[in-house]
Design a protein around this ligand. Structure first.
Ligand code: NAD
Length: 487
């Protein structure tokens, strides 16, 4: 089925007429097409967003809030349709995509309220006859560039706060999963034309013109480190505000007091959710040596019974990887580890019973070290590489030995270990005894090469607001410190 872009409230094809063929990663079949947008389409969308900006900015916050609540209501009503489409194009199990719709609606509700909560603050003035205000203002047009692994959620984390802050938006989804985002024209239909625009296309042809358009004042981007670096280079000459959410290589420390009945399924789920294609997937596991043997036996047995298949089937635990290139990257890291002496205890291959689709078995690996790419580079696949440690100092040092710092996990009931963990590990989210739970009211983002920006929470709204200091003297008399000096 052909989908269209949505610019200024109007459905439109790409000016070139070209399309992207979108494949189901579980079957490799083409399930629809999206316009392959280019610089001309981007310019039209940015013009629409810029034209809509002032009226949207001036709209009272309570009215904006009602419109964002309406987005959440319609999204909730259409959950089944969108989740189904997203499973077809993105591969995630349907149950996970239903959850994604729920979290996305919650995000719109959260920012609907937060956006009308404050516009800044009043601070003590320099003299009595004055008022000093710190005002928060929207930037203008925001470009939201989104990846394929959580296309709706990561769109919501940008669009909801950007709109609540009074900006207008041009959304560019990934070329791998454009359809469910283009569907959102129906969800945003009640907004004034141009407040939200949805374009589709490849990174270089459609993403780069959006970054380079001088009328776009903020680029909110989630994606790989390499693309984030490219965007930063392109945006630097314009001093454009960047909001970057990049890759991760999350550590999971299992302390000697952990309850393995809980810690084993926790590590497996944190590593394998969405077939390991979560930015906060656990990609490095550090287990205390006293429990390592039992932990490894149990997690191997656990991984072996998980069911692979198309996400559309309700019995599927793990869907496919998003594409052939992504699977090839996982295979290369596993083979490199194997060639350097790692032990593949289960998995390490494509499932023989699934001939079509980009499937890869959940893979438990031991005898790994930090010299291997599988412990250093983002894998984005269903791998569980495990190392043992002797002291907690050693575990913390291993967790910090990464260029990334997105999230980190710990299982322990020892408060002293927990305190050291959340104070010393360099990561944006520290999960203790409950992996990967996000909270709309708490910021999400990473240290180091994970990007440094924050989505969600008050911080997530601040990313879309400029700060002004307004200094107002009611009396407006001449000041004794002006010229001429020496009087
Ligand atoms: P990607 O960088 O390949 O693509 C992301 C988006 O950028 C897509 O829309 C793509 O079309 C666009 N793009 C590509 N090249 C571009 C260019 N030169 N200029 C402008 N736009 C361009 O990433 P991906 O493969 O879609 O997503 C996976 C990556 O996203 C992983 O590295 C993952 O860790 C990261 N991610 C991070 C978070 C987070 O919150 N930190 C969340 C999810 C995913």
């Amino acid at each position: 089925m052909p989908y269209q872009m949505w610019i200024n409230g109007v459905y439109t094809a790409s000016s070139s007429g070209n399309v992207i063929e979108v494949r189901n990663p579980a079957t490799e079949e083409i399930i629809g097409t999206a316009p392959a947008g280019n610089a001309i389409d981007v310019a039209r969308a940015v013009t629409a967003a810029q034209t809509a900006f002032l009226a949207w900015k001036r709209m009272p916050a309570g009215q904006k809030a009602e419109m964002l609540h309406e987005v959440a209501r319609k999204l909730t009503e259409r959950t089944e349709e969108i989740a189904h489409l997203l499973t077809l194009e993105g591969g995630k199990p349907l149950v996970e995509n239903r959850d994604e719709m729920g979290w996305s609606a919650a995000c719109f509700r959260y920012y609907a309220e937060l956006g009308r909560n404050s516009r800044g603050r009043v601070v003590p003035s320099i003299e009595e006859s004055q008022l000093a205000m710190v005002l928060k203002e929207p930037y203008g047009v925001v470009g939201a560039i989104v990846p394929w692994n959580y296309p709706i959620l990561l769109m919501a984390w940008k669009v909801a706060p950007a709109l609540a802050a009074g900006n207008t938006v041009v959304i560019k989804p990934s070329e791998m999963t454009p359809l469910s985002t283009l569907f959102f024209a129906e969800i945003f239909e009640h907004l004034p034309p141009g407040v939200v625009n949805i374009i589709s296309g490849y990174g270089v042809d459609c993403g780069e013109p959006l970054v380079l358009d001088p009328r776009v004042r903020v680029i909110a981007f989630t994606g790989s480190l390499a693309t984030g670096q490219r965007i930063a280079q392109l945006a630097a000459p314009q001093m454009k505000k960047l909001h970057l959410e990049l890759g991760g290589k999350d550590a999971f420390i299992v302390a000697e007091d952990a309850n393995l009945e809980v810690a084993v399924p926790a590590v497996a789920w944190a590593s394998l959710l969405n077939t390991g294609q979560v930015c906060t997937s656990t990609e490095r596991v550090y287990v205390h040596e006293s429990i390592a043997s039992e932990f490894i036996d149990r997690i191997v047995a656990y991984a072996r019974v998980l069911r692979l298949g198309p996400g559309i089937e309700s019995t599927t635990d793990l869907g496919p990887l998003i594409g052939e290139l992504y699977r090839a990257k996982v295979e290369a890291q596993v083979e490199e580890a194997r060639s350097q002496g790692a032990h593949i205890l289960t998995g390490g291959k494509r499932p023989p019973h699934l001939e079509r689709g980009y499937f890869y078995e959940p893979t438990v690996i031991t005898n790994v070290s930090h010299s291997m790419p599988i412990m250093r580079e983002e894998t984005f696949g269903p791998t569980i590489p495990i190392m043992t440690y002797r002291t907690f100092d050693e575990a913390l040092a291993l967790a910090n030995d990464s260029q990334y710092g997105l999230g980190a996990n710990l299982y322990t009931y020892d408060p002293l270990k927990a305190k050291r963990f959340f104070e010393e590990v360099q990561a944006g989210t520290l999960w203790i005894n409950d992996p990967l739970t996000d909270n709309d009211a708490a910021p999400f983002g990473g240290f180091k090469f994970s990007g440094g920006s924050r989505e969600l929470g008050e911080e997530g709204l601040e990313e879309f607001r400029e700060t002004k200091h307004v200094h107002w003297d009611f009396e407006g008399g001449a000041k004794p410190w002006w010229y001429p000096y020496g009087k």
